[in-house]
Design a protein around this ligand. Structure first.
Ligand SMILES: *[C@@H]1O[C@H](CO)[C@@H](O)[C@H](O)[C@H]1NC(C)=O
Ligand SMILES: *[C@@H]1O[C@H](CO)[C@@H](O)[C@H](O)[C@H]1NC(C)=O
Ligand SMILES: *[C@@H]1O[C@H](CO)[C@@H](O)[C@H](O)[C@H]1NC(C)=O
Ligand SMILES: *[C@@H]1O[C@H](CO)[C@@H](O)[C@H](O)[C@H]1NC(C)=O
Ligand SMILES: *[C@@H]1O[C@H](CO)[C@@H](O)[C@H](O)[C@H]1NC(C)=O
Length: 397
C-alpha cells in the first residue's frame, strides 16, 4: 500500500535540471576548444572538402558509338593490290565501344578443300612413316584430318582440309601503315538518372563544318570528339609504328570521365579523356600482340567453293566511361518531400520554445486579417519552400 502511495505522490513531483558552472579556466578553455574542433570538422571537412551538402549520383548511364574513317592501299605478292576501307579493317563494323583495327595481315589466298601436307609448325602432324598418321584422326591444334599417309618431303602427315595450309612467317613491315592517319569519331551519350541530366561529348554547335574539320587535342581542341589513331597511341606513351610492327598489335584503353558539378552551368559539364595501353606487361614476344583469323569465301565458275584466309594483327580499342554528378538543389527538394516529419517537428519546436516570436507573428497576422497568405505557387524548389513555411504559420493560428 505504501509503495502505491509513494508512486502516486511522485507522479505529482516536478523535476528540473540543475547546471553546475565550473569557474575553472582550464576546463573552460578545453571545452571551448572541443566545441571549436567539432565546428571546424563539420564546416571544413564535411561541408567544404567533402561537399556534404551535395547529393551524389555515381550510377552514370552511358552509350558509346564509334565511327572510323580513312583508306589504305596494300600491295602484296600473294594478294596483289587491295584497297582497305573502314568496312574492311574495323571488326566488328557496327560501331561499338570495343573494336579492332587491322594494321597488318598474313593472307593465304585460294584455299580449297583438298589433300595436302600439314604445316611443319604443328607438333602433332610430324611423322616418319605412314603408321604415324592414323587415318581419320584429327591433327591436334592442326588444320585437318589425317589421310593415313606420311609426306616424306616435309616430314608431316597428309591431311584433308583447306589447302594449301597457312604459311607461317612473321610480318615485319606494317602493311596498313596509313592506319596511323585513320580517324576515330567517338560519340558518347551519358545520363545521371537521379537528376534527369543528359549530355553528349559532341560540342553543341550549329556549324556543320566543325565536325568535318576538327581534331581532338587536349589543350587546343578538348571538345572535339574526333581522334587520330596515331595520336591515340602516342598519348599512351607508345609509338604507333612500334606497336603495329614490333609488337604485332596491342590494346589501347580510352577512358572518358564525367565529373560534373551540376550546380554550375550545363556547358561546364564536360568529359575528360585519358589514354592507356592495356597490354603493357607483354614485353615477351610470345605473349605480345593481338591477332585472330577469318576467311572470305568465293565460288568459282564451276560452283566450287574456295576461300582466302586472313590472319590479322592490329590494335584493339576499349572505350570506358565513368563519372559522377553532384547537385545541391535536388537534395533540398528530396529532403522536403520525403521528410515531412521534419517540418512537423520544427513547428512543434516553435510553439514550445520560441513562443515569443510565434506570438509576434500571430499579432502581425491579426493586424492584417484579410491578407492573402498563400503565395503564388511556383514549380521551383524555392516555391515549395515558401509554400511549406506558410503552412507552418497557418497551423499556429
Ligand atoms: C605492286 O607490286 C608489284 C610487284 O611487287 C609491282 O610490280 C606493282 O607495280 C605494284 N603496284 C603498285 C600500285 O604499287
Ligand atoms: C599522315 O598524315 C600526315 C599529314 O597529313 C602526313 O604527313 C603523314 O605522312 C601521314 N602518315 C602516313 C603514315 O601516311
Ligand atoms: C565553322 O567552323 C569552322 C572550323 O572550326 C570555322 O573555320 C568556321 O569559321 C565556322 N563557321 C561559322 C559560321 O562559325
Ligand atoms: C608522340 O608524338 C610526339 C610529337 O609528335 C613525339 O615527340 C613523341 O616522341 C611521340 N611519342 C612516342 C612514344 O612515339
Ligand atoms: C620491356 O623491355 C624494355 C626494354 O626492351 C624495358 O626497358 C622495360 O622495362 C620492359 N618492361 C617490362 C614491363 O618488363
Amino acid at each position: 500500500m505504501a509503495g502505491c502511495t509513494n508512486f502516486f505522490l511522485s507522479v505529482f513531483d516536478y523535476k528540473t535540471e540543475k547546471y553546475v558552472i565550473a569557474k575553472n579556466k582550464k576546463v573552460g578553455v578545453l571545452f571551448r576548444l572541443f566545441q571549436l574542433g567539432v565546428l571546424a570538422y563539420i564546416i571544413g571537412w564535411v561541408f567544404l572538402t567533402k561537399k556534404g551538402y551535395q547529393e551524389k549520383d555515381d550510377s552514370i548511364q552511358s552509350s558509346v558509338i564509334t565511327k572510323l574513317k580513312g583508306v589504305a592501299l596494300t600491295n602484296t605478292t600473294d594478294g596483289g593490290l587491295h584497297l582497305w576501307g573502314a568496312e574492311d579493317y574495323v571488326i566488328p563494323s557496327q560501331g561499338e565501344s570495343v573494336f579492332f583495327i587491322i594494321t597488318n595481315f598474313i593472307e593465304t589466298p585460294n584455299q580449297r578443300l583438298d589433300y595436302c601436307a600439314e604445316s611443319i609448325k604443328v607438333p602433332d602432324g610430324h611423322c616418319r612413316e605412314d603408321s604415324d598418321c592414323t587415318e581419320g584422326e584429327t591433327v591436334i591444334a592442326g588444320h585437318g584430318i589425317k589421310s593415313g599417309r606420311c609426306v616424306k618431303s616435309t616430314g608431316t602427315c597428309e591431311i584433308y582440309g583447306w589447302c594449301p595450309v597457312e604459311k607461317h612467317h612473321k610480318q615485319h613491315e606494317v602493311l596498313l601503315e596509313k592506319a596511323e592517319n585513320f580517324t576515330v569519331y567517338i560519340k558518347n551519350f551519358i545520363r545521371f538518372p537521379k537528376f534527369q541530366f543528359s549530355k553528349s561529348n559532341v560540342l553543341d554547335t550549329n556549324n556543320d563544318t566543325y565536325l568535318k574539320r576538327c581534331m581532338y587535342h587536349d589543350t587546343h581542341n578538348p571538345y572535339c570528339p574526333i581522334f587520330r589513331l596515331g595520336d591515340l597511341v602516342n598519348w599512351t606513351g607508345h609509338s604507333f609504328q612500334d606497336m603495329a610492327a614490333k609488337a604485332s598489335g596491342g590494346a589501347v584503353g580510352v577512358l572518358i570521365q564525367w565529373n560534373c558539378d551540376l550546380d554550375k552551368d550545363y556547358s561546364k559539364c564536360n568529359p575528360v579523356y585519358s589514354f592507356t595501353r592495356l597490354d603493357v606487361n607483354s614485353n615477351n614476344s610470345v605473349t605480345s600482340g593481338y591477332n585472330f583469323r577469318y576467311a572470305r569465301y568465293f565460288k568459282d565458275t564451276a560452283g566450287l567453293t574456295y576461300r582466302t584466309l586472313y590472319k590479322v594483327y592490329g590494335i584493339r580499342v576499349d572505350i570506358m566511361v565513368t563519372g559522377e554528378g553532384v547537385f545541391i538543389c535536388d537534395m533540398i527538394l528530396l529532403y522536403m518531400m520525403e521528410k515531412s516529419t521534419f517540418y512537423r517537428e520544427k513547428k512543434f519546436e516553435c510553439a514550445k520554445y520560441d513562443s515569443l516570436r510565434c506570438r509576434r507573428n500571430k499579432d502581425i497576422e491579426r493586424k492584417m486579417p484579410h491578407k492573402e497568405r498563400a503565395p503564388k505557387r511556383k514549380a521551383t524548389w524555392k516555391g515549395k519552400f515558401t509554400e511549406l513555411s506558410t503552412e507552418k504559420s497557418t497551423a499556429l493560428n
